[in-house]
Design a protein around this ligand. Structure first.
Ligand SMILES: [Ca+2]
Ligand SMILES: [Ca+2]
Ligand SMILES: [Ca+2]
Length: 259
């Protein structure tokens, strides 16, 4: 009985520190302009961003920001790096049921596919039970690539070479059709981001912040049995204009009923 009680306490302690960290709901009908900077009204007037933790690769991701915005047709992602973009940010997107865990995937045919399959090279990384990714977006000096994850060879979706090199003053922006991620107006998806080298040597940097930020870089996983990436964020795509109008009408009728 003692052992069972101890196990329960451990599980609860883990749950208390895991899951959804930040949820942004897009209410701006327009999307962003893919021009390498954050300006004007895009990304909710500069308020739709997510922050993280960790700095063992110099704070590129841990001190950076991921901006998101959406329109009726596209999702916009903007990475503002906190230091030189010498390695690769991988954003895991959970936008539909099903998906693939680290242990399910092993496409090692190039660095972007490899990071999308395996974070820490020599161990099976684990995610929160509510997070099963379906897509990845990898951002590095090479540009930006989007994959649909599979348990064999990931399906290539998009490559953008608009922004390359490691200069952190260039915001890495991309426009991705909502349909690529099985999203539609008003849909919500989850994501988290990690940062690792071309050879899957992992930093301790993430968005959102997680317990891994407090330790050394997981690296290749030497001496570790697994690495747990326990947190994620959520973003809700802007509803269709008709839905926004209905929200307004609902408020009007509610007001009438009160009178
Ligand atoms: Ca918007
Ligand atoms: Ca922009
Ligand atoms: Ca999923």
């Amino acid at each position: 009985m003692k052992n069972i009680a101890a196990l329960c306490v451990c599980a609860l302690a883990g749950l208390a520190n895991a899951g959804l960290v930040q949820h942004i709901i897009d209410t701006t009908p327009g999307g962003a302009t893919v021009d390498g900077s954050i300006s004007g009204g895009e990304y909710g007037g500069g308020t739709y961003f997510f922050t993280g933790g960790g700095n063992r690769f110099g704070g590129t991701l841990g001190n950076g920001r991921i901006y998101m915005d959406s329109s009726a047709s596209d999702l916009y992602i903007g990475l503002q790096a906190g230091a030189n973009l010498n390695d690769n940010v991988v954003i895991f997107i959970d936008s539909r049921s099903g998906g693939f865990l680290d242990a399910d995937m092993n496409d090692t045919s190039d660095p972007g596919r490899n990071l999308s399959s395996n974070l820490t090279r020599d161990v099976n990384d684990t995610f929160d039970a509510a997070f099963v990714p379906d897509f990845s977006v990898v951002i590095g000096a090479f540009g930006i690539v989007v994959f649909e994850l599979t348990n064999s060879s990931h399906n290539f979706q998009i490559y953008s070479g608009t922004f390359t090199g490691n200069d952190p003053s260039i915001v890495r922006e991309i426009s991705i059709p909502l349909s690529n991620f099985a999203l539609s107006a008003g849909s919500t998806f989850k994501f988290f981001a990690a940062y690792g080298s071309d050879t899957n040597f992992m930093s301790n940097e993430t968005i959102p912040a997680m317990s891994v930020n407090d330790g050394e870089n997981p690296g290749f996983g030497d001496g570790l049995s697994s690495v747990h990436w326990e947190n994620y964020n959520a973003f809700t795509v802007v509803p269709a204009p008709a839905s926004l109008a209905l929200v307004g009408l609902g408020g009007l009728f509610a007001g009438r009923r009160r009178r």
